[in-house]
Design a protein around this ligand. Structure first.
Ligand SMILES: Cc1cc2nc3c(=O)[nH]c(=O)nc-3n(C[C@H](O)[C@H](O)[C@H](O)COP(=O)(O)O)c2cc1C
Length: 182
């Protein structure tokens, strides 16, 4: 398989272990948010709303709402990913907004990697606390926090489950009854 620049970027994106305190240029923040705005969304709802937190004091309050996660405490930029429209239910009976926001967040992360930035995705937080601290209305879900900055230490690349455990062709199970997907 030909490994394109994009595929290589996706494969080699490391989870940050520690953030450096180096600031992120406003143009870089704008660029990653611009990428996120171009993510797909169910019914083109584009429910994402992003609040960019840079103020140190505020970031510490958000970190407190995220069980004092060190990434939230130390990243120079924390992007609070919210959903404005959350009433749409997809044909599969599930609300579409978490998927829409995830698509935007992942697009943002890949765009950040392309700019030499590192990111950390955090869903462990008290939603009502994040809403209170940032002034987000109670009916606007907070789906994720994306910490952004330059790394001062990288985690090991996590092992991915093998190709054959993750992907099947045409059917979940093979005709002989073996189930390739685990
Ligand atoms: C939806 C989602 C939620 C996550 N929430 C947290 C979290 O609350 N705390 C944390 O330390 N990491 C969190 N992570 C980061 C994952 O643990 C990390 O992505 C995983 O270890 C794989 O590493 P990688 O990002 O280098 O591929 C989250 C990642 C995703 C995609």
């Amino acid at each position: 398989m030909r490994v394109t620049k994009l595929l290589s970027l996706i494969r080699n994106r490391h989870l940050v272990q520690k953030f450096d305190d180096r600031m992120v240029a406003p143009e870089a923040i704008e660029a990653v948010l611009e990428a996120a705005r171009y993510a797909p969304s169910a019914r083109e709802a584009q429910p994402w709303r992003f609040v960019v937190i840079q103020e140190a004091l505020l970031r510490h309050e958000v970190a407190a709402a995220a069980f004092n996660h060190p990434h939230v405490r130390t990243a120079p930029v924390v992007i609070v990913c919210c959903a404005r429209i959350h009433s749409h239910v997809s044909g599969n009976g599930r609300p579409s907004f978490p998927v829409d926001i995830a698509a935007a967040a992942q697009t943002l992360i890949i765009a950040a990697a392309d700019l030499g930035l590192h990111s950390s995705w955090i869903c462990g937080f008290k939603e009502s606390e994040v809403q209170r601290v940032v002034g987000i209305p109670g009916d606007v879900p907070v789906v994720a926090l994306i910490c952004l900055g330059y790394q001062a230490g990288l985690a090991d690349l996590p092992e991915r489950i093998p190709h054959e455990d993750a992907i099947a062709w045409d059917r979940w199970a093979l005709p002989d009854g073996r189930t390739p997907l685990r």
